[in-house]
Write a protein that binds this ligand. Structure first.
Ligand code: RIB
Length: 304
């Protein structure tokens, strides 16, 4: 759970550059919280295990989570670190962003905190993990969820240099292009290079890789083959958290029993809907928006 401090800028500043921006806002964010809110809006119930600081930001974020309908009773507080904060610059015109995140209190979560999830495995379809918490907590959380028959999905952001044994703990690993480069050490610039890098992970024992490619759509790679799903035609306002909507869409689709290819198409539509609205949690789409996109533009999933 992070407080996002967002400014619009005519361009993303380079090192040492000073740019005059506008439209400062504080919005609820953080990859886990965004995904929980998106899952809830897409029709899945969601419970979030997270930690915030003992500060004003924590009250704001917890209130937003609750008003979105997410079960927030496992959000705990610490006096050791401040609530996570992300400094975000959104480029006007393209909606591209840069983010610097200090996960703060999120990083004080420990493996022992996972005990609180025990009562939720029964009836849960998916467990989503992100890398704004200690990696050992994500790894052990995935081990426990998998043992309980829950599908484990890793949103591999932000880049943390994770290794193959870690990635094999998840049924589905979903990086964006940069994160896939970070994981594999390969230059990922387009569908072909993403496919090669993702195939490498699958051949090393990661069951399913779903790559978020922004305007180029997404890529599904399993032991059975590779499929490309093109992006939807939408007005891009802010790409922040589009990947979170995507991951929640994937979990929702799989949880409802969709085939992998169908779930990736649904996820693609959720990500596309998210880029049309400014801010992380404010942009997490409702089910009807996602369905409207699918109904109006159709979905295509092409084997590579
Ligand atoms: O994925 C988007 C999120 O990344 C933002 O909400 C920000 O908090 C960062 O963690």
């Amino acid at each position: 759970m992070n407080l996002d401090m967002v400014v619009r800028s005519p361009r993303i500043p380079g090192p040492g550059e000073n740019v005059c921006g506008a439209g400062f806002r504080m919005v609820p964010g953080g990859k886990g919280a965004n995904q929980a809110v998106a899952a809830q809006r897409l029709g899945s119930g969601a419970v979030l295990l997270a930690r915030v600081g003992d500060d004003f930001f924590a009250d704001f974020l917890t209130g937003k989570l609750e008003s979105a309908g997410v079960e927030a009773s496992l959000v705990s507080r610490t006096g050791e670190r401040s609530t996570g904060v992300a400094l975000i610059v959104v480029e006007e015109g393209t909606g591209d962003n840069t983010i610097v995140v200090d996960p703060g209190a999120n990083m004080t979560l420990s493996v022992d905190d996972l005990d609180a999830l025990e009562e939720y495995y029964d009836g849960a379809r998916s467990a989503l993990f992100q890398l704004e918490i200690p990696t050992e907590v994500a790894r052990e959380g995935a081990r426990r969820a998998r043992e309980q028959g829950v599908t484990t999905i890793l949103d591999a952001g932000p880049p943390r240099g994770v290794d193959l044994p870690f990635l094999r703990a998840f049924d589905v690993v979903s990086p964006n292009q940069d994160e896939l480069s970070d994981i594999t050490g390969e230059d990922v610039t387009d569908i072909a290079t993403a496919n090669r890098a993702a195939r490498g992970l699958v051949s090393e024992g990661v069951p399913t890789v779903v790559v978020k490619m922004g305007g180029a759509g997404s890529l599904l790679v399993t032991g059975e083959g590779s499929w490309h799903v093109p992006s939807f035609d939408v007005e891009v306002v802010d790409t922040t958290a589009a990947g979170d909507a995507f991951t929640a869409g994937l979990a929702t689709g799989l949880g409802e029993g969709m085939e992998l290819t169908e779930a990736v198409c649904f996820a693609n539509a959720a990500g596309a809907a998210a880029v049309t609205v400014m801010g992380a949690q404010p942009s997490m789409p409702a089910r009807r928006q996602v369905q409207a996109l699918i109904d109006s533009q159709g979905v295509e999933c092409t084997p590579l």
